[in-house]
Design a protein around this ligand. Structure first.
Ligand code: PEP
Ligand code: MG
Length: 306
């Protein structure tokens, strides 16, 4: 890792010509906050709450959840922390939520679908988030995983707002939400694109299966065009659009995402230095030029000789 990348660590993410791009961390438990701050994260862009309770046989209590959320939030006073509702199902089954007889679990009950089928779990988590929000002064944003369209986004946004949460959003991981982006941008406070699942569902290739692993890349122009639909809707309706999937951790792809109009990037803390350094080396116009080449398919399939 370059010296230059480390020197930039204390600086907020931005292109060479000063267009800000918030660089945030993906975390799986409150203790990950230290690593995030150490690597210069400006906040948290994705807290995968399901990992804390993945081994539980019962749904977590409001008290246990509140404790965990306060623990994370108190590390980020006045900074943005995006907490994702439990994303149970598919590759992350939870005993108390996920049916065990689904022939095709990636297309089954998961994410927001699971929570709607278990309203008490959904309500308890929102209650815990509202309590944690009251006890800390972090800038709390809450989002639902696997949202299909504006109706589901609206359902969740209303529930979150009723609990006093000001920033309530939807993850874009299903191609349908990209196609409905204009409508979604009129109801959601923000959208965060989960490129891992968006790629899996756009290319119909199971993200956990090595035999179709070559399809699992957001460099595919179809995935980039889906992202562009969301970024364009965000710009039109003044709605922030972030990326919190693996794509954000690839320094070149991160630049493409910025060129497409994405305004924040969230990734594993170890990836932050290199992404920050690559953004600082290119202007926003260069990012846009790179994005149009990528949209045209110039970098897919990826060549290994350049
Ligand atoms: C994604 O799908 O890109 C994402 C960030 O969520 P997860 O990897 O937890 O499914
Ligand atoms: Mg996902």
């Amino acid at each position: 890792q370059s010296e230059r990348a480390r020197l930039l660590r204390g600086k907020p993410g931005a292109t060479k010509d000063g267009v800000p791009v918030a660089l945030l961390a993906n975390v799986g438990k409150p203790e990950d906050a230290d690593a995030a701050l150490e690597h210069g994260a400006e906040g948290v862009g994705l807290f995968r709450t399901e990992f804390m309770f993945i081994a539980s046989s019962q749904s977590p209590s409001v008290e246990d959840q509140t404790k965990a959320y306060v623990e994370l939030l108190k590390h980020f006073p006045h900074r943005k922390v995006v907490i994702r509702m439990l994303d149970a199902g598919a590759d992350k089954p939870m005993e108390f939520l996920t049916p065990d007889d689904e022939p095709n679990p990636a297309l089954g009950l998961r994410g927001l679908r699971t929570l709607r089928a278990h309203r008490q779990v959904l309500d308890d988590q929102l209650e815990a988030l509202a309590r944690a929000h009251e006890q800390t002064d972090a800038d709390l944003w809450v989002m639902a995983p696997m949202v299909a369209d504006e109706h589901e986004a609206d359902f969740f946004v209303k529930l979150g707002r009723a609990r006093g949460i000001e920033h309530v959003g939807a993850m874009a991981e299903i191609p349908s939400i990209a196609l409905m982006a204009d409508e979604v941008a009129q109801v959601a406070d923000f959208v965060s694109i989960g490129t891992n699942d968006l790629t899996q569902y756009t290319l119909a290739a199971d993200r956990t299966l090595a035999s179709v692993g070559s399809y699992q890349t957001a460099w595919h122009p179809a995935v980039l065009r889906a992202i562009k639909l969301i970024a364009d809707a965000g710009k039109k309706h003044d709605m922030p659009v972030g990326v919190c999937g693996e794509a954000a951790a690839d320094p070149s792809l991160a630049l493409v995402l910025v060129g497409l109009g994405v305004t924040s990037l969230s990734m594993a803390p170890v990836a932050l230095d290199d992404v920050r350094a690559n953004l600082a080396e290119h202007t926003f116009e260069e990012a846009q030029q790179l994005a149009s080449r990528a949209l045209a398919g110039e970098f897919y399939p990826q060549r290994t000789d350049e």
